[in-house]
Design a protein. Sequence first.
Length: 426
Amino acid sequence: DTFVALPDSTTDHSVILAKSSDCEANESQYIYHVPAQSHIPGEEIKTAHIVIPQASKTYEAVISRSFWTWGGELGINEHGLAVGNEAVFSNVNPEADGLVVTDMLRLALERAKTAREAVEIIGALVHQYGQGGNCELRGNSHFDGSYIFSDRSEAWILETAGKEWAARRVQSFDSISNVMTIHKNWDLCSLSETDDKLDFADQFQHEPLVQATGARIRQRSSSGLLKQSQPKITVKTMFDILRHHNTGYHPGEGDTHLDICVHLGPFENRLWQATCSMVTQADQDSVISWWTGTSSNCLSIFKPIFLGVDLPEMGPWPTEQYDPLSLYWKHERLHRRAILSFNQLVPEIRSDFDLLETGFLADAETVKRGSLQEKKKFMDYCFQEAMIATERWIQKLESQPIAYPNTPFGQLWDKYNRAAAFPFSE
């Protein structure tokens, strides 16, 4: 899920965007730096499935990308443009391979400076190349995309269906999930010249898949939580919403994702989990982004990342096979034990991690307006301290025996662990 709050809804009058990326359990993600570059005339770029002309100049960005994709699930660029994307399900069948959701997120960050410009660039690319091709690690699944783009002053929602699209400017705050939300309230639309009263969602949405994903419930939940907090929304507010579970929640129960903090479950429509999350904060004077780089929002620590400096050390880029040296897989040693005693361990771990995050947030108020050297030093410090805290919990939990229960939940995790050669299931 993706949500945003504008200056009239935030405590410090900044723009804050949050996004939780949900993928398959062994679909590891990593935080990736895209350098600014100039390109020669006629140069082309290979996206997931097609080759398109390259822009003459591309901007510096940081994205979180699944190990097998070219594009990203979330990210921010050097101009303070941030974006989160969602899968949405339209009734348009792709005629051929085209762009996919992750392609367009990266293309927007590489080519646009503002939220409005991102809408126009991606709208034009969708209209020209269409959408099509596999979007998932396993299987052959296709879906269209929706996005929230935010910059230093405003935000836009863009929703797509095949080669068509609609966009509206955000007022105060808003959220999106796996459901189209733009009806007749669009400000820009690819079909505006043919039908200025078009209800975009009613015309293009494939309703059965919306119901199966629990998307409307999650979208109302994030929107409602934002409304409760305005006009005093902060970065910490966004952390809390990304970790939101309904009362009585357990990851082994319920056949639909109804919680913003998504966990894998033994049901057909719950074979995804939060694999990386990001919160960005931008105003006219500064930009800072906060990243987990790990799965399970409720068991992760947000760490700061700035543009213009090298990323902190996070180990080798992960794959779908266990690698004890990568940030993603090292954290799985905590995650895949803690979920077995979810209601007992998560609050205890969260209490410890919250103390660390509170210190990071306090120190960041000064650092985010400091020099690049100060930002680099702070980033490295936070990533190191977060890993120390995580390893402390890993050692504590690994000192105790583990056995996955003979339940659908335990059997599902055992299956994924074996597929990844994870040491719990040998």
